[in-house]
Design a protein around this ligand. Structure first.
Ligand code: ATP
Ligand code: MG
Length: 375
């Protein structure tokens, strides 16, 4: 926590111990008298307090100044990334009614890998192997999930599996991804200056990226009209591109992209956008923060490149998480299993001699029996 220690640290003294504790992933301050921390995915109240509202506001102003941003009555909202990668979001009163609210998401150390996801029970071995096959085959993938569900972490893992022979361009709002392949270039958006000039958006960056000979494009978080640019890029020869979006089911992930794509000044009719989305996106990987604090991939879903007669996307789950119970101490017990649906690109898997035989899509017997007894 070098950065916190230096200048910012003195202001954040009341929560410094949590910033330094490796087991804490997030620090949440709800006014000067209420501090929660997240350990292993679960929130706990602490006894830490700031001296008063003024001291807390001073801390936030100092962080803002440190990263060259402003937070005051005129701009009471801060969303900033510290040089060490930690993310700080803050809202001042009166917008925040309990006093200044701050969340500090600490930057996780090291590069997450499939092994980490397996060890945390976030995916099965076959699920991970299948995703690896899809990355190799340059499928376009959207990672969908709620806030803090582990989307960025999963994108880091998937991105790092992109073959080294390919040129990868990464576009982010504020730099967070740590994808290390042999040939990767990072881009970051730029805020407008005080006179409102000089803004560079994700849209601008995707457009320039297309002129920079990318093989694949990764957009850290799709949350605006750039959805349309990403979809267009995916449809025009940049297979193997990826992004994350905020939604609770794979189907909603597609609808979310559609809504975002319509946000721009585009005149493209909705029917056309739907068809473009259906043909651009091959897979949606859904991730979820479970009640027990774990993060689990709950679906790997194929998107069929056609819209049905009533204008709906056609999707098929290839793998999904099925909960089978709960331990006495509240841990979710379940399995990530194939559903029995064989992906439409099975022939590509076989042609490329990838080690993922068709039998791996056969669901376990308990699942077929369960479906027979409760169809
Ligand atoms: N598979 C996982 N198992 C356990 N914890 C995880 C897992 N993936 C991520 N986390 C933890 O969850 C928190 C959120 O992770 P991450 O930033 O990847 O989520 P996100 O969905 O991108 O969040 P946001 O919506 O804020 O962008 C981090 O503290 C991270 O360490
Ligand atoms: Mg994220």
């Amino acid at each position: 926590m070098g950065v916190f220690e230096d200048s910012v640290g003195t202001f954040l003294a009341p929560v410094k111990e949590f910033l330094e504790e490796d087991a804490v992933s997030e620090v949440l301050i709800n006014g000067p008298n209420e501090v929660f921390v997240e350990r292993k995915g679960l929130l706990e109240r602490t006894s830490a307090k700031f001296m008063d509202e003024q001291a807390l506001q001073a801390a936030v102003r100092n962080i803002a100044q440190f990263v060259g941003r402003k937070i005051d009555d005129e701009h009471p909202i801060l969303d900033a990334r510290l040089p060490d990668g930690s993310r700080v979001a803050a809202v001042l009163p009166p917008c925040s009614r309990k006093g200044t609210t701050v969340s500090i998401r600490k930057f996780s150390k090291g590069n997450p890998t499939f092994v980490d996801l397996l060890n945390r029970g976030s995916i099965s071995k076959d699920g991970a192997r299948f995703l690896d096959v899809c990355i190799y085959l340059a499928k376009n993938i959207i990672i969908s999930g709620g806030t803090g569900s582990g989307k960025t972490t999963l994108l880091n893992v998937l991105g790092s599996r992109i073959p080294n022979t390919q040129r990868l361009l990464i576009i982010e709002d504020s730099s967070e991804l740590k994808i290390h392949t042999e040939h990767v270039v990072f881009f970051e958006t730029k805020h407008a200056d005080e006179s409102g000039r000089g803004q560079v958006s994700i849209r601008d960056l995707i457009k320039s990226a297309l002129r920079l000979r990318p093989d694949r494009i990764v957009v850290g978080e799709v949350r605006g009209p750039e959805a349309l640019d990403l979809i267009t890029a995916m449809n025009t020869g940049h297979g193997g591109s990826m992004g994350t979006t905020h939604a609770n089911t794979p189907y909603d992930g597609l609808v979310r992209l559609e809504t975002l794509a319509m946000m721009g000044d585009t005149q493209v009719p909705i029917g056309a956008i739907r068809r473009q989305i259906a043909s651009a996106i091959h897979l949606v990987v859904q991730i979820k923060r479970m009640h027990d604090g774990t993060r689990k991939v709950t679906h790997i879903t194929e998107v069929i490149p056609e819209i049905d007669d009533s204008g709906r996307y056609q999707i098929q789950d290839i793998f999904k998480f099925v909960q089978r119970g709960k331990t006495a101490d509240g841990k979710i017990v379940g399995e990530f299993i194939p559903t029995g649906y064989v992906p439409s690109f099975m022939d590509e898997i076989e042609l490329n001699r990838l080690p993922f035989p068709k039998e791996k899509f056969t669901p376990p017997t308990w699942y077929t029996q369960m479906l027979q007894s409760h169809p």
